[in-house]
Design a protein around this ligand. Sequence first.
Ligand code: OOG
Ligand code: NI
Length: 466
Amino acid sequence: MPAQEFVSPDSIRAQFSAAMSTMYKLEVPLYGTLLELVGEINQGVMDQYPAIAETLHRTGEIQRLDQERHGAIRVGTAAELATIGRLFAVMGMQPVGYYDLTPAGVPVHSTAFRAIHEQALQVSPFRVFTSLLRLELIDNPALRELARTILAKRQIFTPRAMQLIEQCEQQGGLNERDAADFVEQALETFRWHGQATVTRDEYRQLHDQHRLIADVVAFKGPHINHLTPRTLDIDAIQASMPAKGIPPKAVIEGPPPRKNPILLRQTSFKALQEKVAFTDQRNDADGSHTARFGEIEQRGAALTAKGRALYDQLLNEARDALGGVPAEANATRYMALLAERFEAFPDDLAQMREQGLAYFRYFATDKGLAARGDETRPASLPALIEAGHVRFEALVYEDFLPVSAAGIFQSNLGDDAQSHYGNNANQAAFQQALGRPVLDELALYAETQRRSLQICAAALGLPDLA
Ligand code: OOG
Ligand code: NI
């Protein structure tokens, strides 16, 4: 089949992201309410702050904002993880980053599947935070065996999805009809199934070990457990949620509010109680399971290693000063401590750039373009910026934050989640299960920044700006 008949992976991803959102709206109607709220607040921000709207237009982010979302799933075995990686690859999504959640008492490690090139991200920034259950951390050998046996029996991909994945790998793409078929088939893996694969008693044993273990092991597949839209003002969202009948978690994860947002701020609302049927269930005995929830996020600048180290340091200081886990009772104090510590993080893009704290995208201005061929114009990047020939915007952070992810997991698994798994980072084992290394997110941001400098230099008729 000639390559020109293939649909671009970016377009398959955009279709899949839209199909997932439609499915999730039907499964969790509150997600639809949340989308409406986010739409209203985003519009309000753009009306009130024309500068923000202008920046979004300049970077092109305005086009992706409405359809921007991430999801999360949890798989049970190495084989499931490896195959999910192949499924995401059909949609141009690569594993980026490694997250160890064991310090938070959650027996999983994770990666984020997402597009990696700025042009692909522009078409669809859809990402999926994907966690692998770590059965080896279950300390009860009988239960570990039970979980392993149950997981070994399930097949979370439809036969047709498997066929299309293989076809795509062999031929290098999918045509329009196969791509549409693939989206429909792939969606099946993420669908909620009220029918459990275990007896009530097995469910209870798994659940007593850890609620997350029951969520991964007791069902036919890795149901999508949340889908998160992107807002331009998460504080406004947090404040308006209760009036819409959506009670948010106590604190917003991530950095404090800033004029120039950095990284990622997230809030969520509690898991829903869903009816489930166990394999030995009599009609009169309804079971229930809570796993799925809603989440909203605000994204800001991608930080360099130096910026990230400063972020981690200030976050740790605020948490140490709090002397406990942020919760309902100490939420106000935590937010105050966070604001206080983060005074040490410059809230000014020019300073962040000069100090090498964030990654940027560069644009030639009209003034710069008009000065092409003028031999007296400046040639170094700082001088061109100073002279108004080049301007810059921060690159958006496309990834996740382990401490925030832990807070999101915990608030939805109940505060009784125990932290007895210690510190068990094992990226090598994760990559072995996945069957390939995960990509380094900082290298990806650096490449995007470098490409933007090259484009900018070419537009100005200069040899290089890097
Ligand atoms: C994933 C929790 C982490 C985020 O946005 O940090 C997450 C999960 O609960 O499976 O989604
Ligand atoms: Ni999330």
